[in-house]
Write a protein that binds this ligand. Structure first.
Ligand SMILES: *Cc1c(COP(=O)(O)O)cnc(C)c1O
Length: 432
């Protein structure tokens, strides 16, 4: 169903029916209407902090030397994949390859690692082992200092990998609270890096709640709160500044004649929310951002489309939360991300699970790009927007709409750490 009505949207969500909801309250200027505290200066501040930490990242993870310790991914044109997904779609499709982000192999390497580093900087300054202007790479010699402190996080898997690997490598006691959706291989990998993994039989919301409580009980413990953290959000938002540079380097214009369409898989909403916020600040009405969620776990779509906010969780819609997109298996959206994107997101798209694996296989067959099922949701978002039905709806709302010169970016949010056996299970014996 394509609709801008909240009643129709809620009824489609309840029925686990695929929905393309167009935001009727969109502020086309791309600025949230309510007074919120974060702005472009906070994003550039986060970017500067990542530059200060780059020598440390390079020292701890020498394979990041090629990028000088900056954790970034390529923007890759994918004409063959575009042809297979939506042969009649005009414009040009790219993949933002966060499936290859170093260290954590997913988009979580942006927010999760950023927040660990920000906390590390504060502790190190306070502890007198760092002063402004120091070479941050020396922090690699202070494992004993950091071992006094604990960092905890609740996760469906990938945030745990990002926070757990980074904190354990610095010497912290890392504790990851994992929901029942978390894959076994992610738990194994974390333990291999020296993180403690606490397993729950319940939902992601429950894992976060328990992690937060466990952390509050200890003075030396810091909790990375995926449901509320401005620092995670800002770490993700830095991607917008980096993408702008990449577009400029490729001489890809973003303006009235050349709109940019971005498809963002959404779990709790921090990653797609931060990126949307950053892109809207940079490109205003010339960028269109869509969040993509599985029909069984559409928590952000429910919050925004119902107009009721994050209390409208998937339990109230009678949905199971079960999905092959484990990174998106979230029942309740982040209140912080919701506030930032509710009136700047262009629309929300929900997809059936049975479309994820075929999309993932297409990307592998046509371009040799492997992504995990959650990331493949981005491709489904692109295909959905390119259906004749959706294009007709959009052009009736905007008669001047011309997608001939559009640039579409499917944000591939994870994949490179998926072990060989799991890859084979997903793509069979295919060769690219
Ligand atoms: C976490 C995750 C997302 C979504 O990020 P949120 O901040 O939870 O919305 C998308 N794809 C993958 C692979 C992820 O791990």
């Amino acid at each position: 169903m394509i609709t801008a009505s909240s009643e129709n949207a809620v009824s489609a969500l309840r029925n686990a029916e695929e929905l393309f909801w167009i935001n009727p309250l969109l502020n086309s200027a791309g600025i949230p209407r309510s007074a919120l505290s974060l702005g472009i200066n906070d994003i550039t501040d986060a970017q500067q902090r990542l530059i200060r930490f780059a020598p440390l990242i390079e020292r701890l993870f020498p394979y990041t030397a090629a990028s000088g310790g900056i954790i970034e991914s390529d923007l890759t044109p994918v004409p063959a994949l575009q042809q297979s997904l939506a042969p009649r779609c005009r414009g040009k499709l790219y993949i933002k390859q966060d499936n290859t982000l170093p260290i954590a192999g997913s988009i979580k390497a942006r927010g999760g690692i950023y927040e660990v580093l920000k906390h590390t900087e504060a502790l190190a300054l306070e502890g007198g082992i760092l002063c402004s202007g120091s070479d941050y790479s020396k922090l690699a010699d202070y494992r004993d200092f950091f071992s006094q402190f604990t960092i905890q996080v609740g996760s469906t898997g990938n945030l745990g990998l990002s926070v757990g690997i980074m904190s354990a490598t610095l010497g912290y006691h890392a504790v990851v609270h994992m929901s029942s959706d978390a894959m076994q291989w992610k738990k194994d990998l974390l333990r291999k890096h020296g993180a403690e993994v606490v397993e729950y039989s319940g939902s992601y919301t429950e894992a976060v709640l328990n992690g937060r409580r466990a952390s509050e009980a200890s003075k030396q413990s810091y909790f990375i709160d995926d449901e509320n953290s401005p620092d995670l959000f800002l770490g993700y938002a830095v991607a917008a500044l980096r993408l702008k540079e990449q577009l400029e380097r490729r001489q890809i214009a973003v303006d009235a004649e050349h709109p940019l369409y971005v498809y963002l898989p959404c779990g709790v909403g921090g990653a797609p929310g931060g990126i949307t916020f950053g892109l809207k600040l940079l490109f205003g009405e010339f960028v269109r951002c869509y969040i993509i969620e599985p029909v069984n776990a559409p928590c952000m779509t429910a919050a925004i489309a119902s107009g009721k906010g994050t209390d409208m969780d998937i339990g109230r819609l009678g949905l199971s939360g079960l999905t092959a997109a484990d990174g998106l298996a979230v029942g309740r959206a982040s209140a912080l991300a919701y506030e930032y994107i509710k009136d700047i997101i262009d629309g929300c798209i929900t997809v059936h699970d049975d479309k994820l694996i075929p999309a993932l296989i297409s990307a592998y067959k046509t371009e040799g790009i492997f992504m995990e099922p959650s990331a493949a949701a981005s491709l489904c978002g692109f295909s959905r927007l390119c259906t004749p039905e959706a294009l007709q709806y959009l052009s009736s709302a905007d008669p001047l709409l011309n997608l001939d010169n559009a640039v579409h970016i499917a944000w591939a949010t994870g994949g490179s750490l998926v072990p060989e056996s799991e890859r084979r299970r997903l793509i069979g014996g295919l060769e690219p």
